[in-house]
Design a binder for this molecule. Structure first.
Ligand SMILES: [Zn+2]
Length: 71
């Protein structure tokens, strides 16, 4: 189960309809960020963007494995 989390204030978005809507606006947002010379960190601005300047990032809602081995 994936969700979106703000990288600044930590607000979470778990509603699948809202996540889908975010995806639809993702390219426009990322283009706008690049147009002003930044690199987008997430897929769209946080709902508190004016205050936190955060971007919503996808996270997998389960623990990541630790100590990944190679080989
Ligand atoms: Zn935020």
């Amino acid at each position: 189960m994936k969700k979106l989390v703000c990288d600044r204030c930590g607000v979470e978005l778990t509603d699948s309809n809202e996540i889908e809507a975010a995806f639809e606006g993702m390219e426009a947002w990322q283009e706008a960020v690049r147009a002003r010379g930044d690199e987008p960190r997430g897929v769209f601005p946080c709902e508190n963007y004016i205050r936190c300047s955060g971007e919503m990032q996808f996270v997998d809602d389960k623990k990541f494995p630790q100590g990944e081995k190679s080989g």
